[in-house]
Design a protein around this ligand. Structure first.
Ligand SMILES: NC(=O)c1ccc[n+]([C@@H]2O[C@H](COP(=O)([O-])OP(=O)(O)OC[C@H]3O[C@@H](n4cnc5c(N)ncnc54)[C@H](OP(=O)(O)O)[C@@H]3O)[C@@H](O)[C@H]2O)c1
Length: 333
């Protein structure tokens, strides 16, 4: 199997390499592609050094599977043409709501791999991926009616540049120097910003609408969902405070059991000081953690919980590589 990564020098691209190594996926030839700025750099993979190709001159027929992790504009410009020569797993939002493009979280809707039409598969938004992997076993058992979410999203969700800016702003703030924001709409150091991606006319942001629409496409179009997405000054991992209302009567014991047995999920819920998972603890881990599970005493058959996951892994690289594994399995019959 020959594999290519477009955006190999970025946050997600590097994590894709790490997961391919971790899962010991057999790669015959590997093609690492980025902008012309990165040509000349070398990246390690399985003990060997690989040079970076420029996207402008890269030949897409070299690899059977190509991961796109270079942003929506690059996917828009190159992916459909490239898909004539290679199967694309796209991390951007560009194709996610395209009816001819399956949007997959392998633990939730693996069967969608059989609906491949354009030779492009979309990877969901990071906040959606860690949510649906938790909702799926609960929906199967108790039928979810409505979900209310507030997110606490790390700056790595926006790429490398916002991470560097958080460091700069933090230093400037401590040194009492003037702070200017380039990748954020307000100061992010020592602050939180209730705004991710662009606003739509109804007052919701595109990030919030992505969570609504992608959850419906992956899990069930009947689920009502409303979200408030917030950027916080944390480098990696997104957290979510989630309120879920079910149609059927629930038991917390059964919910714990279902989530503990769900692939990719781990319950850590001790109801004591420190008995929950925070973003720093989830960084670098493949699991999505669930803590603070409790009844919402204001509404029947409703619970609250806290979900934390590494946004670069479940929300991007890990999910993308798991999609590739699904594809390889399908192609091998
Ligand atoms: N971060 C997350 O949590 C997350 C989660 C889900 C999906 N995604 C999506 O994954 C994609 C990548 O995100 P990221 O966080 O990895 O961003 P990033 O760290 O900023 O990396 C961007 C990558 O794209 C490359 N690139 C930029 N402009 C290019 C051009 N004109 N031609 C070729 N390559 C170009 C960069 O190469 P150079 O180094 O050469 O500039 C770099 O490799 C985005 O679509 C993002 O929405 C991210």
């Amino acid at each position: 199997m020959n594999i290519a990564i477009i955006g190999a020098t970025g946050n997600v691209g590097r994590k894709i390499l790490q997961i391919l190594e971790q899962k010991k996926i057999l790669v015959d030839q590997l093609f690492l592609v980025a902008s012309s700025r990165s040509v000349g750099q070398k990246i390690d993979f399985n003990g060997s050094k690989y040079e970076i190709y420029s996207l402008e001159t890269y030949d897409f027929s070299k690899a059977e599977i190509t991961f796109f992790a270079a942003g929506g504009k690059i996917s828009e410009k190159y992916a459909e043409k490239a898909a004539k020569h290679t199967t694309i797993i796209d991390n951007s939002s560009f194709f996610r709501m395209d009816d001819d493009v399956p949007l997959i979280v392998p633990q939730v809707n693996p069967e969608a791999i059989n609906t491949l039409k354009k030779n492009i598969i979309a990877n969901p938004n990071c906040s959606t991926a860690q949510l649906v992997i938790v909702l799926k076993p609960l929906h199967d058992e108790f039928n979810i009616k409505r979900v209310v979410i507030s997110t606490y999203q790390s700056v790595s969700g926006g790429g490398k540049a916002p991470m560097d800016e958080l460091i700069e702003q933090t230093k400037s703030s401590l040194d009492k120097r003037k702070i200017s924001s380039k990748n954020f709409t307000k100061q992010i150091a020592f602050n939180v910003i209730p705004h991710i991606d662009v606003f739509s006319d109804d007052g919701y942001t595109k990030e919030e609408l992505k969570m609504v629409n992608e959850t419906k496409k992956i899990l069930d179009g009947r689920i009502k969902l409303t979200a408030t997405c917030v950027r916080i000054p944390v480098f990696v991992s997104h957290a979510e405070s989630v309120n879920i209302e079910f149609e059927k009567s629930i038991s917390l014991e059964k919910i714990n059991l279902l989530l503990n047995n769900a692939e990719g999920c781990e319950v850590f819920d001790k109801r004591e000081d420190g008995g929950y998972i925070t973003p720093i603890e989830a960084e670098g881990k493949n699991e999505t953690y669930i803590s603070r599970i409790r009844e919402d005493k204001t509404k029947e058959n409703t619970i609250n919980m806290w979900i934390v996951s590494d946004n670069l892994l479940r929300g991007a690289a890990l999910n993308a590589v798991e999609i590739a594994e699904l594809l390889i399995k399908k192609n091998n019959g």
